[in-house]
Design a protein around this ligand. Structure first.
Ligand SMILES: [Zn+2]
Ligand SMILES: [Zn+2]
Length: 432
């Protein structure tokens, strides 16, 4: 029923003209395409009002909780931007996106920092997978944050002028209320971004990439083992062994989130890859999320009863294990902050491992030639004389087990680790 209602709600948002950036059962982020916070707020209020009026949505408690003036969004663990201040009553500020939260508790608006200077918020999980040596992580932070900052500042400046296409050089004066054009398209911002990427940013990235390449050569002798420069994290699953290449891939992935600059980013990526001697279309040049995922569905907080899916590989509320003490995890509801029962989570994880192991063992076999599912129990070959193979490949199962093992050893969940190791030892052909 929740899922059904949720789908209806999303459809309603879309029907009323918003673009859904992200939606889950507890939070919806929409792009309002409005160019000031007050406009966006009014728009969101209007939508929420019309949603509240429908009988169907009477049981939902939903309200606007925070907003972004500028947001680059990849996923929940990878995003960054400049937060806007939601007007309490009549306050003139200017966001681009409005964020609406569905809430089951009675959250108050979290007061924004009072300073005028924009605060770039950076939540990039992938950054943690870069080496700390040669300032790889710092460079990532600086490049992306300065890009967000520049884009935000430009859109701010631009909003002081009514004619689109005008690129003012004037610096932002103070936070006095500004006149805002009613258009949602900003051709000048697009041009600005395109020029910035093919100009300044390209030059910066060339020198930074070269610097990383010279300092950290990585270990590319083997294609399957990660090299020591890269940190080993709960979600690590890729054989990362070329720091400069990974840096380029991550940066370009983030920049490519803006579809208006696709061509410029593609060119930048091509040139940077050429600098590293990597083919543009080779498999090593393709971006893959360095963090695997292990989702424990519907974890319920014991103190506030809020329910969420917990991704053990990238959840920001997990505190790492210290010494012999296993990791702890907090509730995502900031007002609650209650600690989850890790023993209980571990039992659920063990359950998951056992179920997946069983699913693998009980799976159907299929014929490689005629693709038919094996119907008889004892026959070695299909009636068409083809060999039988798994329907769910063993590598997938092995990868899942590795993630479980990785999580278990990082969070010091000993029973889980033992269980996974036991299964792996019993299947020696898997580790090949
Ligand atoms: Zn809680
Ligand atoms: Zn067959």
């Amino acid at each position: 029923m929740m899922k059904k209602l949720y789908m209806q709600l999303i459809a309603e948002f879309k029907r009323l003209g918003s673009t859904i950036v992200f939606a889950s059962l507890s939070k919806i982020i929409i792009c309002t395409k409005k160019r000031s916070v007050s406009d966006a707020k009014a728009y969101v209020d209007f939508i929420l009002n019309s949603i509240h009026k429908k009988d169907l949505f009477h049981s939902i408690e939903i309200k606007a909780e925070s907003c972004w003036e500028y947001l680059m969004w990849m996923d929940q663990a990878n995003h960054g931007g400049v937060r806007g201040k939601l007007p309490k009553e009549n306050d003139d500020e200017e966001p681009v996106d409005g964020t609406a939260y569905l809430n089951d508790s009675n959250d108050e608006l979290i007061a924004a920092a009072p300073e005028d200077e924009p605060n770039v918020e950076m939540n990039w999980n992938m950054k943690k997978y870069l080496p700390t040596a040669a300032s790889c992580q710092n460079y990532f932070q600086i490049v992306i944050a300065s890009h967000i900052h520049a884009m935000y500042n430009h859109s701010l400046e631009e909003r002081q002028y009514i004619e689109p296409g005008n690129t003012p050089i004037k610096k932002r004066t103070s936070s006095q209320s500004q006149r805002v054009a009613e258009t949602s398209a900003t051709p000048s911002l697009v041009t600005f971004a395109q020029e910035r990427i093919s100009g300044d940013l390209t030059q910066t990235l060339f020198s930074v990439t070269q610097k990383i390449q010279h300092t950290l050569s990585g270990d590319r002798s083997s294609n399957t083992d990660p090299s020591a420069e890269f940190p080993l994290l709960p979600g690590s699953h890729l054989p990362l062994n070329n720091p400069a290449l990974e840096f380029v891939k991550f940066i370009c992935k983030v920049l490519s989130l803006d579809s208006n600059t696709q061509n410029q980013v593609n060119k930048l990526r091509r040139d940077l890859l050429r600098l590293l001697g990597v083919g543009e279309f080779s498999s090593e040049a393709t971006f893959r999320d360095p963090c695997s995922s292990l989702v424990l569905p519907e974890v319920i907080c014991l103190s506030c009863n809020s329910c969420r899916d917990l991704d053990l590989c990238r959840d920001p509320f997990i505190a790492p294990a210290e010494g012999n003490k296993p990791a702890s995890c907090r509730c995502a509801n900031l007002e609650c902050g209650g600690e989850y029962d890790m023993d209980f989570l571990e039992t659920q994880l063990i359950d998951m491992v056992q179920k997946q192991s069983m699913a693998f063992i009980l799976q159907d076999l299929k014929c490689v030639k005629c693709r038919g599912v094996k119907a008889t129990n004892m026959s070695r070959y299909c009636t068409c004389a083809g060999n039988f193979a798994y329907t769910a490949p063993i590598d997938d199962f092995f990868d899942k087990l590795k993630t479980f093992r990785n999580v278990a050893s990082h969070y010091k969940l000993t029973l889980l680790e033992e269980t996974v190791n036991w299964i792996m030892e019993r299947n020696p052909y898997m580790s090949k």
